[in-house]
Write a protein of this length. Structure first.
Length: 491
């Protein structure tokens, strides 16, 4: 479920109802509401629903009026606030590289496990006697991240999610050393920085000991995932992205959109001109989403049109020069090989992408409080990105409890409506998302690992004693966000 982008001069958010959505999206919303009701029934919840964004309002209203949910709320005793937030209001959080998080990098760079949305394939050749340099060796079944029956692996995955990368890699070494000691394997301890080579040498010890392999198979898969991620060329690009995003934040504050786009132009290179450190075509789509989402409303005019046309032309040329389009480019252009990929098809795809980018820039225009995710900076502070999700959580945890402006309460029946009506005339407190001991935040359209960690940390410091659950339709990585937005079959 991805919130549709507003078209130019499209309906204001208040005018979108379930009936106005395309049939597929309507079906997806109804299915989601049914699933959420089942979950809340299992937890015995009586929830108050809130929404930030147009599709979130539709989902919250559907949940409020869903007959089984109304029956459940009459008898359930555990109170909770459920806040739905539209992903499209802040796409910089989905495509940005700000999280110093190992789990996020593993999910971003390793290939997806076939048939799975989130889990990845871990190459297991290192644990066998097979001598091959083939990265995609398909004789050996792949490993994965989900290890429900291995307590050590589950604990290590929690560390990957919640610790900084350096600490998480040290945790991986600690778990591996403990496992090797338990199996009496001849491990040489070494202190200092953990390298992928060092982890590989520890993994080798398990290779010829079948019993040890069997006992610690889950843990070994997670450590192998770590080694493969740290060695992956895309990981070294991660810091380049982060540096460039920081530079963009400064530039956006100081100059107009055309000059920001002109900075990108010389960096767009064809396949034959690129080195391993240069950005590929889909990397530019990631950066463009970041730019348009952070900038917000832009001044349209001839200068912007010209700058966009130049970037479009450069990207079309680069896409057509690819010897073989990547899976992501295949989905975006609808062409499965370079033979079918004509300049016209690439141009059509680019035109569609830039229309969507303009919509992305417009998406917060109806917001009063959360209308910006860019801190322009000052003489003493650098410009920075302020995540929408962080602003929402800070508002919920605000000890002064002002009436939220953009977090809309969705009433679930006559009693609620009366309460809201009376509150205009009498001292009746309107429902506030910070009222209850359990806070559930549902990101409609996907959430990233670093956002989940940010929400948990914020609630722990700002509102200790409140339990928080972050739910979403998918765990996002920068490239999966591009696919969700620009591939024709978004649902």
């Amino acid at each position: 479920v991805l919130p549709p982008l507003p078209g130019p001069g499209g309906p204001g958010p208040a005018e979108v109802g379930l009936g106005a959505l395309p049939a597929e999206l309507r079906a997806a919303v109804r299915a989601l509401v049914g699933d959420l009701d089942s979950l809340f029934t299992g937890l015995g919840l009586r929830e108050e629903s809130f929404a930030v964004g147009a599709l979130s309002r539709v989902i919250a209203a559907e949940l409020a009026s869903y007959a089984p949910a109304r029956n459940r709320r009459r008898t359930a005793t555990n109170k909770a606030s459920v806040i739905f937030v539209d992903r499209t209001l802040d796409l910089a959080g989905a495509v940005g590289h700000h999280g110093d998080n190992l789990a996020e990098k593993i999910l971003s760079v390793l290939p997806k496990l076939p048939g799975h949305k989130t889990d990845v394939m871990v190459n297991m050749v290192e644990l066998t006697a097979l001598q091959t340099t083939d990265e995609t060796c398909s004789i050996i079944a792949p490993g994965c991240l989900a290890q429900p029956n291995d307590p050590a692996a589950k604990a290590l995955w929690e560390s990957f999610m919640n610790l900084k990368q350096k600490e998480a890699v040290m945790e991986a070494r600690r778990h591996l050393v403990e496992a090797a000691s338990r199996e009496n394997l001849p491990i040489k301890m070494s202190m200092g920085r953990v390298t992928p080579e060092q982890l590989s040498s520890y993994i080798q010890l398990f290779r010829n000991n079948l019993k040890a392999l069997e006992n610690h198979c889950g843990l070994l898969q997670l450590v192998l995932a770590t080694v493969q991620t740290l060695k992956h060329p895309q990981t070294s690009k991660w810091d380049n992205f982060l540096a460039f995003e920081r530079l963009l934040l400064q530039t956006i504050g100081e100059s107009e959109m055309p000059s920001v786009l002109n900075q990108l132009l010389p960096m767009i290179k064809s396949y034959n001109e690129r080195t391993k450190d240069d950005y590929a075509c889909e990397d530019f789509l990631v950066l463009l989403i970041y730019i348009y989402s952070v900038v917000g409303e832009i001044k349209c005019g001839k200068e912007l049109d010209t700058a966009e046309e130049e970037v479009k032309k450069a990207l079309v040329k680069a896409i057509c020069d690819e010897p073989e389009p990547s899976p992501l480019l295949q989905k975006i252009t609808g062409c499965d090989s370079s033979l079918n990929l004509t300049s016209q098809k690439a141009t059509d795809a680019m035109d569609g992408i830039f229309r969507s980018l303009r919509d992305i820039a417009r998406v917060r225009m109806h917001m009063k409080q959360f209308n910006s995710i860019h801190n322009p900076g000052s003489n003493t502070h650098q410009a920075s990105y302020k995540p929408l999700l962080k602003q929402v959580v800070e508002e919920i945890c605000n000890p002064d409890r002002p009436d939220p402006v953009d977090i809309e309460h969705i009433s679930s029946g006559l009693t609620d409506l009366l309460k809201t009506g009376f509150s205009m005339f009498m001292k009746v407190n309107r429902p506030h998302p910070g009222d209850h001991p359990l806070l559930i935040i549902f990101m409609v359209g996907g959430v990233s690992v670093s956002e989940v960690k940010m929400v948990k940390d914020l609630v722990t410091t700002r509102k200790p004693g409140t339990q928080v659950i972050v739910l979403s339709s998918v765990l996002l990585t920068p490239h999966s966000a591009v696919e969700l937005l620009f591939a024709p079959d978004r649902l």
